[in-house]
Design a binder for this molecule. Structure first.
Ligand SMILES: Nc1ncnc2c1ncn2[C@@H]1O[C@H](COP(=O)(O)OP(=O)(O)OP(=O)(O)O)[C@@H](O)[C@H]1O
Length: 317
């Protein structure tokens, strides 16, 4: 099946010379949930804006649902719904008028039944006659999604969909995204909440300094790069790491009360049994132990560190 979005050789240098995107090639399949991760300023919004035809690329082509976003803009754009990062709504209009008007902008015939369904799906029906300025921030964000869905797009972009919304609304949005995917909509989202990508995405792309450094199935990524951490709660605290334990990658935490060992869970020899044996030989007793699989966030942070040597800002819940 051909991809629903085909990005070939896209790059962007803004006026003034800043290269926001190096050459990006990416194909996204129909019905996929694709999460684009990256620190602030990595180029996520630039890439989304190019795919949606809002920013002109310096090189390359984007085909959305069979239509070239530049030479066949209107048809390509009509297939796409975009929920931008910024809340941009007509504050004095009612919810229903705004969403109905958005549909008209794409040349779609009026369909009050469809608008009602969108508003009900987003729990906005009760608020349909309220002016947007009177709504809470979370409700306004729902209105942005309703606007983006008003013309029945089959590709939906969500740029930081849950930034600044409470946990309950975030869960509601995840549920909505899943329902949309079940109805065949392809979803591309950018997020700073890695938990969001971990929860929902089929595939993950990591963008750093304008470069797409990795695109991978989420489960494969977590399996491949995932590490495990073994934590031992010591009976008696240690002042420092004994040199006899030098062959293991250990860290002393909690004022010497916890010994942490990070290991590759896919490796043939994890080093766990030999570590436990050595501890016992040395007479170090422990009260408890547990292991934890690394999260997508751990993986992301280590990737960013590896590539930039810098700390990651603005990442994480
Ligand atoms: N219109 C513009 N003119 C010049 N430079 C721009 C413009 N828009 C973005 N940039 C620059 O391009 C780079 C990428 O920005 P972009 O907004 O795409 O990043 P982002 O990954 O979406 O970041 P964030 O997570 O902060 O939203 C940044 O250095 C930004 O300052």
């Amino acid at each position: 099946m051909p991809p629903v979005i085909d990005i070939q050789g896209i790059s962007k240098t803004y006026k003034g010379g800043l290269q926001a995107l190096k050459t990006v090639d990416l194909q996204i399949g129909k019905g996929e949930i694709f999460a684009l991760l990256g620190p602030n300023g990595a180029g996520k919004t630039t890439l989304i804006s190019i795919i949606c035809g809002i920013v002109t690329p310096s090189t390359g082509t984007v085909i959305a649902d069979g239509h070239d976003i530049q030479s066949d803009y209107r048809r390509a754009r009509s297939r796409i719904g975009l929920v931008p990062q910024e809340l941009t709504t007509d504050a004095f209009e009612t919810v229903i008028a705004t969403v109905t008007f958005s549909r008209g902008l794409f040349g779609k015939a009026p369909n009050p039944g469809f608008v009602e369904k969108v508003l009900r799906d987003l729990s906005l029906w009760e608020k349909r006659n309220d002016k947007i300025m009177t709504l809470s921030g979370g409700m306004k964000r729902r209105v942005m999604i309703a606007k983006a869905l008003s013309h029945e797009p089959d590709i939906l972009f969500l740029d930081e969909p849950t930034a600044g919304v409470d946990v309950e609304l975030r869960r509601d949005m995840w549920e909505l995204v899943r329902r949309l995917r079940e109805s065949g909509v392809t979803i591309i989202l950018t997020t700073h909440y890695i938990e969001e990508a971990e929860e929902m995405a089929d595939r993950v792309g990591v963008i750093l300094k304008g470069e797409l450094i990795l695109v991978e199935e989420k489960t494969a990524l977590m399996k491949k790069l995932g590490k495990k951490t073994l934590t031992l709660n010591l009976q008696d605290p240690l002042a420092s790491l004994p040199p006899e334990l030098g062959e293991w990658d250990l860290t002393l935490r909690a004022e010497g009360n916890e010994l942490e060992y990070v290991f590759d869970s896919n490796a043939e020899r994890t080093g766990v049994p030999s570590l436990l044996r050595r501890l016992s030989d040395l007479g170090f007793a422990f009260k408890d132990l547990n292991t934890r699989q690394s999260s997508l966030e751990d993986i992301f942070v280590s990737l960013v560190h590896r590539d930039t040597g810098a700390s990651v800002q603005g990442v994480g819940a």
